[in-house]
Design a protein around this ligand. Structure first.
Ligand code: MG
Length: 246
């Protein structure tokens, strides 16, 4: 796990994260019934390039696209395609950017047109769960208090936490130690320190937590084919709290 020491490191990290944020803000405006996920991919690649960044997911372990677009029962790692979004869908958009050797990573789930009450609640709870995790990301707190906070909140609201995928340290690689599960007991794992950068990312299912990987080798879907949502921020631990960089 990286611990940012110099202003230059921190500047590059901030820039990578800023590009992620700008891309996600643009995608938020573009997501509507009628747009295809490959169009969203193309928009993202152009924007990332225009800011001097590189799409971090492209080619990562052979991933074939620039961003991940995971629709409805897809949890994460959906591959952009000709699939056209329709009213009532939900879509999780995950964007990773490399800038000057440093990585930023963030995601959110959006409604496409009018969605069900259940879908709305799933999105709201997952978004809130991320901020509950971030609230535990402070100097000297134990890592698993992030995990425990997220799981406790999500399960009290009747949803389930995906076990197969977890948050992570981030810095000069996209995925660094430590792993940050979205479940676990309190007061375990390493103590957090100012300067650490973490990607916290609850993946929350409407039904059972179980996962299946589709034949494309990437797309993770819920085994019961119920909905899933995903929110992620890259955050910097400071002396007082976590600063959201994305
Ligand atoms: Mg991530």
């Amino acid at each position: 796990m990286i611990e940012l020491k110099s202003e230059r490191q921190l500047d590059s990290m901030r820039q990578a994260c800023r590009i992620v944020r700008l891309v996600l803000e643009e995608l938020k405006k573009r997501v509507k019934p009628g747009i295809s996920t490959i169009e969203l991919d193309k928009i993202s690649a152009e924007l990332i390039g225009s800011y001097g960044g590189v799409p971090a997911f492209k080619g990562y372990r052979g991933f074939p696209a620039n961003i991940c677009t995971s629709v409805n029962e897809a949890i994460v790692h959906g591959i952009p395609s000709k699939r056209v979004l329709k009213d009532g869908d939900i879509i999780s958009l995950d964007v990773g950017v490399k800038f000057d050797g440093y990585f930023g990573d963030a995601a959110f789930t959006l409604a496409v047109g009018d969605i069900s009450q259940t879908a709305k609640k799933l999105i709201d709870i997952t978004s809130e769960a991320l901020y509950i995790g971030i609230a535990q990301a402070y100097n000297y707190n134990r890592l698993s208090n992030i995990s425990y906070g997220i799981q406790n909140f999500v399960e009290n609201n009747g949803f389930s936490v995906v076990r197969e995928f977890v948050g992570h340290g981030i810095g000069t690689s996209m995925h660094e130690d430590p792993k940050i599960p979205n479940f676990g007991r309190p007061d375990e794992g390493p103590s957090l320190k100012a300067g650490m950068v973490l990607a916290i990312e609850p993946m929350i299912n409407e039904g059972l937590p179980d996962v299946e990987i589709l034949d494309d080798g990437w797309t993770a879907v819920t085994l019961d084919r119920k909905l899933s949502a995903h929110f992620e921020h890259t955050v910097l631990i400071t002396e007082t709290k976590a600063e959201v960089l994305t």
